[in-house]
Design a protein around this ligand. Structure first.
Ligand code: THU
Length: 133
């Protein structure tokens, strides 16, 4: 739904991104099993590989506060094409959600949802915690 508070939160937190090297700010906001919302932005580093993605920040905030299950997520970037989670973040999301997780991409230009995917759509046949059983 377009009045989901995850959308303004992803737009808000994106403004705090530290992205002086790529110039590409990303925000992510997720909801966990008890309804709480956590968010994160990308944090780049002069030692480039040490930078972290917005989704990773949101997941870390959730885990640090005791959340364990992601029930929805919005990712927000400013690009001509939808800013989808990178491959590594797709796998990070998999740890705390299942194939049915809805991932919505919002454009920072319009503030609108420009793409909706399931985790299974972005990461088919995924390897997750259950794969180890
Ligand atoms: N980025 C994210 O924060 N999330 C993604 O899933 C895609 C990429 C960031 C990483 C880097 O700081 C910048 O966007 C350009 O790749």
């Amino acid at each position: 739904m377009n009045d989901d508070p995850l959308i303004p939160e992803a737009l808000r937190v994106r403004e705090n991104a530290w992205a002086p090297y790529s110039g590409f700010q990303v925000g992510a906001a997720l909801r966990c099993e008890d309804g709480r919302i956590f968010s994160g932005c990308n944090v780049e580093n002069a030692a480039y590989p040490e930078g972290t993605c917005a989704e990773a920040g949101a997941i870390a905030a959730m885990i640090a506060s005791g959340g364990r299950r992601i029930t929805g997520i919005v990712v927000c970037g400013d690009s001509a094409t939808p800013c989808t989670p990178c491959g590594g973040c797709r796998q990070k999301l998999r740890e705390f959600s299942g194939p049915d997780l809805i991932i919505r991409m919002v454009s920072a230009r319009s503030g609108e949802v420009v793409l909706t995917r399931t985790l299974a759509g972005l990461l088919p046949d995924s390897f997750g915690p259950d794969s180890l059983e």
